[in-house]
Each structure stands twice: as C-alpha cells, then as structure tokens.
Design a protein around this ligand. Structure first.
Ligand code: DAH
Length: 338
C-alpha cells in the first residue's frame, strides 16, 4: 500500500497539464468516485492496525498534493471568453427592458394634460354601493337609464356592485370636499357586456369634475378643446352633439376631428370626419344637492371618457382585446416619456 501511494505521489508531483482536458482527466483519474484515491481508501479499511497510522498519513498527503495541483493549474486554461466575463470593468450588457402598457401611457398622458391646468387626481373603490354608482347620480332605482350600463352585482339588499363608471368617484369627492373642486379620476370599470373588438367587460375611464361659482358650458367646451389639441395635435377640432346623461343637464357627446383623413372621411371615422371620444355636461343640480353642495351657489361641469377608446384612436388599434392579451410583440411597440 505504501509503495502504491508513493508511486502515485511521484506521478502527481511530475504531472504538468498541457490542456484543460488534460487537467480534467487528471482530476477524474484521482478524485472521481472510482478514482485512484477512493480505491486506496477502500483498501485502507482492510490493512492491519499497526500500518494504519503511517498509511493514513501518506494517503492524506497524496490527497492534499492532488488538490494543490488542481488549484495550481485551475486558472491556466480559462478561455478568452471566460476571461472577458470575469472582467469587472467591462461595460454591462443591458437586459431587455419592458415597456409601459399602452393603456398606462394614455392614462398618464390624460392625467398629465389635466394636471397642467390645475386638476388633481382622485380615486375611489371598484366595489361600490348603489348610492355612489347610481342613486346619487340622479339614477334612482327603476330608472330606465340604468339599463345603459349592464351591471355586475355582487350582493343585493343592500346592493353591492362593481362600478360601471368612474362617475361614482365624483360623488365620493363632492361628499368629502367643498368647492372649488377640480379633479380627475382615472380607474377601472366593469360592465356585463359580451367581449368583442369594440367592447369588454373590464375597461378604464377617466372622469373629470369642475365645480365652482359661475362655471359655464363655455368653460367646459374650452377645456375639452384644450384637451383634444394636447392629446391629438394642435390642428384637432371638436364637435359637441346634444345627448342625455341623467347626471348632467344639458349633456353632450364630444367628437374629435379624424386626424387620419384630416376630416375628409375614411374607414376609421366611417366617412364622417369625426370620432366620438367622451360624454359630458353641466352637473345636474340634483347631483350637487345629493352630495351636499349648494346648487344655488355653485355650478360645474363633468366629463367621462374611455381610456381604451382614446388609445385605439391614438395608436390606430382596431381591436380592443389586444390590450388585454399581453402579447409582448404588441406591447413592445409602445414607448413613452411618461
Ligand atoms: N359615466 C358616463 C359613462 O360611463 C360617462 C360620462 C358622461 C361621465 C357624461 C360624465 C358625464 O361625467 O358628464 O358612459
């Protein structure tokens, strides 16, 4: 046994690897499970007691020498590529960064446009009660206008539901604040609608509310024109069509000129030259009173728009479902400064 150890020791001492493969083979030869060292340790178990001490010492010496040899040459055959990876002064390789979701980009842009003229941001719960989503907004129970918004109810008596519009946040905001009020409320809303290229059961809105003394319809129109120009470009024109919402009187729907065909008429605007973007009006005095605001002293306007709709127009996306599919090929096309 001692003879065998001393032969191997001199073999190890004389070993000089000439390639990485050579070094690997050396390691396998001596240190692998069926390698020389293990073979000796197996034999070691059966040697007579008086030889054990010396053999054990020599065996450990052999083991250390093998390890020292491996240590000595471990960096000798590192490839250039590996050296480069270990170079800490090397410029980093950037990971692929994600991009903001187009709906977030558009929401941030809308918020930013209104922030610039003094609107703050307010938020409310997505799970609402009947009062804030309907009744306070002049939509009493059994009012036919409730049918305009097919609702997901969570509980009845008292009704608990998923808000169908962000107009509920107006109510909450007016209940807690006194005029002057200038706020916008972005958020997610829910309607029990069949999913198609133009409708989804979950979507996003931004609600706007301005309450003060002597606020007029002219103020509303001016604000909407400002918004349209900021959002769609300086040349954009707006058009107001009379409409009906229970919470505003008078009410209107707002169209912007189609910037694809410069209002000449094209497939996107269905040859009308205009595209509908939002609903608005003067806040109904009943709504002000419901929220504890004196309608003799104050007037105000409100508007509500769908973020998906604005994003579709801005980016010419013709199927709303694309926003929810999380297909990276679609999402990475959008970039933004905000
Ligand atoms: N809440 C309406 C909807 O979801 C949008 C709307 C219309 C909001 C007129 C308003 C408004 O504040 O004045 O269809």
């Amino acid at each position: 046994m001692l003879k065998k150890i001393s032969n191997l020791l001199s073999e190890v001492n004389n070993f000089k690897p000439n390639s990485k493969e050579n070094l690997d083979n050396f390691r396998i030869k001596y240190l692998s499970k069926s390698g020389e060292l293990n073979k000796l340790f197996v034999l070691f178990k059966d040697i007579p007691g008086n030889e054990k001490k010396l053999c054990g010492k020599e065996l450990n010496n052999l083991k250390n020498t093998i390890n020292l040899k491996l240590e000595e040459f471990k960096n000798s055959f590192i490839s250039k590529q590996q050296v480069a990876t270990n170079d800490l002064s090397k410029p980093i390789i950037l990971n692929n960064l994600g991009s903001r979701h187009p709906l977030s980009i558009v929401k941030n842009e809308i918020v930013d446009i209104f922030n610039r003229v003094g609107f703050n941001i307010s938020e409310g719960p997505e799970i609402e009660d009947d009062w804030h989503n309907f009744s306070a907004l002049n939509l009493p129970e059994e009012h036919p206008a409730r049918d305009m918004q097919d609702t997901f109810f969570i509980q009845s008596d008292p009704d608990v539901l998923l808000r169908t519009h962000t107009s509920s946040v107006q109510v909450r905001y007016m209940e807690k604040n006194t005029p002057p009020i200038r706020t916008i409320s972005p958020g997610r809303v829910y309607r029990n609608e069949a999913i198609s290229s133009r409708a989804h059961c979950i979507f996003h809105q931004v609600e706007g509310l301005y309450i003060d003394k002597d606020v007029s319809f002219a103020d509303l129109k001016q604000m909407l024109l400002y918004f349209a120009k900021e959002m769609f470009g300086e040349k954009t024109k707006i058009r107001l069509r009379p409409s009906y919402f229970p919470f505003t009187e008078p009410s209107a729907e707002v169209d912007v000129s189609c910037n694809i065909c410069s209002s000449k008429g094209c497939g996107v605007c269905k040859y009308t030259g205009y595209l509908e973007i939002l609903g608005c009006g003067m806040v109904d005095p009943n709504v002000l009173e419901n929220c504890g605001i004196d309608s003799k002293k104050y007037t105000g306007y409100a508007f509500g728009m769908g973020i998906e709709r604005i994003a579709m127009l801005k980016y010419q996306v013709n199927d709303l479902r694309l926003f929810y599919e999380n297909d990276v090929r679609f999402l990475k096309q959008f970039s933004s400064a905000i």
